[in-house]
Design a binder for this molecule. Structure first.
Ligand code: TXA
Ligand code: MG
Length: 350
């Protein structure tokens, strides 16, 4: 059940958003309703973070189980005190280096913050986005905005307003269309409530960048064990998944491409999609629907294209998507995580 709404789309200049559009969106947030807006990572589905009823609307619109907590977005570091208590010094040090940006802290939740933003946990996740549209919206509303990625639950995150509408038309009051997001993968989630900081989700700020400031940062055990060996279908929460079944190939590059070609040949070429770096595309001509991710040496470009690529292949109506390991260094760690989850553990080692 959800309230049917007529979704209003407001197109804004991504670097200098028009104030009247921002004001309209702010009024909607302050009325306890939902606004989808661009951040530098992905589009967020926003509501007043201090209004439990508004936050509840997010879970309903996304069809998201009430066990998956939501990130609160803030305008400046001073807002942290509204949301969190017992904030460790390291949060401020990290904020100086990485905020505004693609880094989320998990902190002890302040009593005034509604429980449902954190699904009853005693903590709260907080991020200060850098995108001018998000920044302008926060400046006008003057309340923190709770916002998960603006996709329906389990679908690939939305990196354009068109993706938001694909999933949420009629379920969100306003969409601020500020064009494609620049990073394309979600923020890095860093838990600062334990004796040692732990990355719960790799994302837009790389582990290497965090380590430069915080040498003792740990990766959640989930990421430390060799993922290929521990993940099996069904073991991993389905997430970021296109409708088509995704399989990820890993191993030496030429072997991987040969194995993907062999699999592609088993299908009608219109039913198999391939999502690979630009340099690989030629190998699949006439074998599959091919969507290029970007230059192989440009992890940033490929990150930006990943979710859009999944959605494009769904739009072509393919039944399976073959893609491959793109490395683990830098943004590679976040890319690998999203690939694994989209594949629900269907990893082929060649
Ligand atoms: O880049 C992003 O992080 C985007 C933009 C919109 O800011 N948001 C986003 O939200 O990706 P969502 O809801 O799709 O993912 C939030 C992640 C989830 O993995 C959730 O489990 C984790 O943050 N999270 C939120 N609150 C938490 C908490 N209190 N403790 C631990 N993890 C938390
Ligand atoms: Mg999400």
């Amino acid at each position: 059940m959800h309230d049917d709404v007529r979704t209003q789309i407001l197109t804004v200049n991504p670097s200098h958003p028009e104030q009247d559009a921002i004001q309209k969106a702010a009024d909607v947030i302050l009325a306890g309703r939902l606004v989808a807006f661009p951040t530098e990572t992905v589009y967020g589905l926003g509501a007043n973070a201090l209004d439990a009823e508004a936050i509840n609307r997010i879970y309903i619109a996304k069809q998201r189980p009430a066990t998956d907590p939501i990130i609160a977005h803030i305008h400046n570091v001073r807002w942290l005190d509204q949301l969190a208590v017992d904030i460790p010094d390291v949060a401020y040090t990290l904020a100086e280096h990485f905020w505004p940006g693609a880094l989320t802290f998990v902190l002890q939740r302040a009593p005034r913050v509604p429980q449902n933003i954190a699904t009853g946990l005693t903590t709260v996740a907080v991020r200060m986005p850098v995108h001018p549209v998000a920044h302008a919206l926060l400046q006008v509303v003057q309340v923190p905005i709770g916002a998960p990625s603006a996709n329906t639950f389990t679908r690939p995150s939305a990196t354009t307003a068109a993706h938001v509408l694909e999933d949420l038309n009629g379920r969100v009051d306003v969409v601020l269309d500020g064009g494609a997001t620049t990073i394309g993968l979600e923020s890095t989630v860093l838990d600062l409530t334990k004796s040692q900081p732990v990355v719960l989700r790799p994302g837009g700020v790389t582990l290497e960048a965090l380590q430069a400031v915080l040498p003792d940062v740990q990766l959640s055990p989930r990421y430390v064990t060799d993922a290929e060996s521990t993940v099996s279908p069904g073991q991993m929460l389905k997430h970021y998944a296109p409708r088509a079944k995704v399989t990820v190939y890993t191993g030496a590059e030429s072997d991987v491409i040969a194995a993907m070609q062999a699999t592609a040949r088993q299908y009608d070429s219109g039913k198999v999609g391939v999502l690979v770096p630009d340099e690989d595309c030629g190998a699949f001509e006439a074998l599959a629907v091919v969507v290029p991710l970007g230059p192989r040496d440009d992890l940033g470009a490929m990150s930006k294209r990943l979710f859009a690529g999944f959605r494009d292949l769904d739009a072509f109506g393919v039944e399976v998507i073959l893609t491959r390991d793109l490395g683990r260094a830098g943004l590679g760690a976040a890319l690998w995580d999203r690939l694994l989850r989209a594949a629900e553990g269907r990893i082929i080692e060649v």
